[in-house]
Structures are given as C-alpha cells and as structure tokens.
Design a protein around this ligand. Sequence first.
Ligand SMILES: NC(=O)c1ccc[n+]([C@@H]2O[C@H](COP(=O)([O-])OP(=O)(O)OC[C@H]3O[C@@H](n4cnc5c(N)ncnc54)[C@H](OP(=O)(O)O)[C@@H]3O)[C@@H](O)[C@H]2O)c1
Length: 320
Amino acid sequence: MKAIRVHELGDPEVMLLEDVPNLVPGRGEVLVQIQAIGVNPVDTYIRSGAYPARPTLPYTPGLDAAGVIEAVGEGVDHRRVGEWVYVAGSLSGTYAEQSLCREAQTHPLPETISFAQGAAVGVPYGAAWYALFSRAAARPGEFVLVHGASGGVGTAAVQLARAAGMRVIGTAGTEEGRKLVLEQGAHHVLDHRAAGYLETIPALTCEHGIDVVLEMLANVNLGRDLKVLAMGGRIVVIGSRGTVEIDPRDTMGRNGSILGMVLFNATEAESRSMHAALGAGLENGTLHPVVGRELPLVEAAAAHRAVLEPGAYGKIVLVP
Ligand SMILES: NC(=O)c1ccc[n+]([C@@H]2O[C@H](COP(=O)([O-])OP(=O)(O)OC[C@H]3O[C@@H](n4cnc5c(N)ncnc54)[C@H](OP(=O)(O)O)[C@@H]3O)[C@@H](O)[C@H]2O)c1
C-alpha cells in the first residue's frame, strides 16, 4: 500500500509518498481502508518538530480519517468488516491507504455523511466538544463567542453550540468565511481583522457579555477576550501560536476564568461521551462537517502549507 513516510522532521517536503507493506491488525485492533484523511494544524507542528511529543522516525502522519473496515483482530467486539467508520486517532498514522487503529479509535459513519466529511470529524469536532461541554461546561441560553469560526474547529463549534441552544457569535477574516459561519448557524458574525470589532459585543449580547469564548488564536486575542466576558465568563484556549500580555485585573471583577485544553487530555470516559454525542449529531443532521478543499495524498506538502494560511473555509482533506 502507499503511505506518506517522514524520515526526518522538517519542512512539508519531508513527507514522501512511498510503497510500504500492507498492515495486519493485532489483538483488539481494526484495519481501516482509508478513503479520506483530515489535515489538522497539529499534523504540521508534529512534522516540523515544533510539537512537544516527537514521533519515532520514520512515521506516517495523521490522526483523522474515514474509510471502510478491511479486517479486525482477535477480541474486537463492536466492529465488523465492511463497516464505514470515521477514525479519531490511529496506531499507524492516517496519511496512507490503510490505517491500524484500536477498536475504540473507530466510530460508525452514518450513511448521510461522506468519507470526506467523516475525515473532518475526529480532532476538530472532538476539540470543539471538549472545549464547549467538558472544559467550559457551556449551557443552553449562554452567549458563546467562537473566535476563529471559519476553520475546522470553528465550524464544528458553531454547529455544536447552536444545536445545544446557545447564542452564537462567530468570527472570520474573509467575506466567504463570514458567510460560511452564518450558514453553520451563528446568530451573528464579526470580522476579526477589522479594527474595534469586539466593541459591538455589548449591543449583540444586550449588555450581558460573553459567557464562553472558544479561542483559536489566544496569543492575539486573550487580552481583548477578557474585556468582553460576562460575570462568571470562561475562555477556553484551544489554539495559540505565541505569547501575549494580559491584564490579570480583567479576570477579577467578572470572576473570569482562562481554561487551557489539549484534546489528548480527554479521559476514556470523556472520549466515549464525546463520540456518542458526535455520532448522534451526525446521525440527526445537526452536525454536518464542511469540506472546503480536497487534494490527492501525494500533495500532502501543499495541504500542510494551506492549513496554516489565512482564509480558512472548513476542512482540508487528502484523498489516497
Ligand atoms: N487544543 C487542542 O486540542 C486543539 C485541537 C484542535 C485544534 N487546535 C488548534 O486550534 C486552532 C484552530 O484549529 P483549526 O483546525 O480550526 O484550524 P484552521 O481550520 O486552520 O482554522 C484556523 C481558524 O483561526 C482563525 N483565525 C485567524 N486569525 C484569527 C484571529 N486574529 N482571531 C481569531 N481567529 C483567527 C481563522 O480564520 P480566518 O482564516 O477566516 O482568518 C480560522 O477560523 C489551531 O491553532 C490548532 O492548532 C487545538
């Protein structure tokens, strides 16, 4: 089978499409024939060597995918050959024609969801769900600001928050992105490149302020987020690419909280709840992943450059 292999960490071009031996599932493992692969920013951090956890070389990148179960190992109870699944985490990597997964890393894909959409679920919807429900404990009726709502995590967060009865304000940096955010169910959209764009928050929230901020670029926005919080407001730092100066006093008067998170910290029990909720949402149509761009697997390097560029529009997906 063909797989992307990385023999040394570095620029996107270290990803080479190679012929490798077919994989065989061991005990409790599932072999998935991959139809589509989700490209996440974290894939680029790991490939470049910037991520704290370093892979053993050579390795195949990727955490997310969707495909058809090709074989199951001994002791696999809940998956069968021929079943369509989305993959959220993998033992062998997902940038390949086959991926080995633990049984619990595969989840049923409803027939209304395409493989490309299934590849957009794992990290983005997992992170959005974990931030919103596990870290921020967001409740129906609360005002949620999805700061960076046009990309993979943002579109997922808007859909999840809207379906749960929250008042949703999203931001995007382009006209197309802002249109997309409204289509995903946001009640209002703001341009995070416009000067003073958060000054409209008091009017948009009837002077209440924001209960929950889901923050995709904390190094740019954290100080300003603190100033638009409601009493008891929570900011979840999902993404950050540098340092930032804040005024800690801005947390005090509003009993504000800044909550960090990494999806990999979700416990097994949290992951079970997460994927049960995501599966239900995919099934009942409230969750509908947005695929903005599909590229062949051989163009993985171009996909890694594109996912870090401004002008996000849902997910970038690779097709083997
Ligand atoms: N903690 C975790 O476990 C976890 C999990 C998943 C992702 N993440 C991180 O979360 C971030 C988003 O991931 P993603 O997959 O959604 O990436 P993505 O698809 O590339 O989207 C990036 C988003 O950030 C927005 N953005 C750009 N400039 C911004 C600004 N000044 N203020 C607010 N938002 C801005 C983009 O908007 P425009 O392009 O429209 O300007 C876009 O909506 C990344 O940093 C990623 O590494 C963390």
